[in-house]
Design a binder for this molecule. Structure first.
Ligand SMILES: [Zn+2]
Length: 237
């Protein structure tokens, strides 16, 4: 996940019982051309214009399942129905609709069109979820590699998942995970019986990979063929 604004943004109105979102303004008042980014890989649920909200965009994050609402854009850069990557520019800060200055009103919702649903403070949400460190630390990686190299028939079923996970880790680092085509994530979700579009909780891609690992059918040891998890995904060049 990333913050929807580049560093230097100003919060001009915080989340409260009367204000269901956070207002993000450019570093300098009145500054134009400031981009707003998709906080996570998402489906664009709406991209439209209203008299109050101005140019607005609603995303649903494929990782968290949350809905992200942004209003008052000068320009919208995404079309409804499209899958977009984390970090894609979704709009340019503006003051369309009922706004006195250039900013975007941002809400993080549990239900698409319901302000305050889940009572999420956007700034807190981003501070809690935007992490710089790798999703998987090197210690875990080494443990998985070690276990994978020393098969134990008693733990075979367990191992299948770990070998799979190991393969995924070897071939897909965090920066690659975030370049996965959102459509493939949805396909993976369908294959695993979870549906991010319906709000099933996907804490992160690590969870998705874990679920994929668990979905590997148990096979007799001598028939074991490494499961190629990355084939479920189509990496974009
Ligand atoms: Zn606001």
């Amino acid at each position: 996940m990333r913050h929807p604004l580049d560093p230097g943004y100003r919060v001009t109105n915080s989340f409260s019982s009367k204000h269901p979102g956070t207002d993000y303004a450019p570093p300098k008042a009145g500054q134009t051309g400031v981009p707003c980014y998709a906080p996570e890989t998402s489906t664009v649920m709406a991209s439209s214009k209203g008299t109050v909200e101005g140019n607005y965009v609603i995303l649903q994050g494929l990782v968290s399942g949350k809905f992200y609402y942004f209003g008052h854009f000068a320009e919208r850069k995404v079309a409804a129905g499209r899958g977009i990557q984390e970090g894609a520019v979704i709009g340019i800060l503006g003051k369309t609709g009922q706004a006195s200055g250039i900013h975007t009103h941002c809400e993080v919702r549990s239900a698409r069109n319901v302000p305050f649903s889940g009572k999420v403070d956007p700034e807190k949400w981003f501070k809690d979820n935007v992490k710089e460190e790798p999703m998987f630390n090197e210690g875990d990686r080494k443990n998985w590699l070690t276990e994978a190299a020393m098969p134990d028939s008693g733990q075979y079923r367990n191992l299948v998942g770990k070998v799979t996970f190991k393969e995924a880790l070897e071939t897909m680092r965090r920066d690659e995970l975030f370049r996965i085509n959102p459509g493939d994530v949805v396909n993976l979700g369908k294959a695993l019986g979870t549906n991010p579009a319906k709000g099933d909780k996907w804490k992160d891609y690590g969870y998705a990979l874990n679920q994929a690992a668990k979905a590997v059918p148990s096979t007799p040891k001598d028939e074991y063929v490494p499961y190629q998890l990355p084939q479920l995904f189509t990496k974009k060049g």
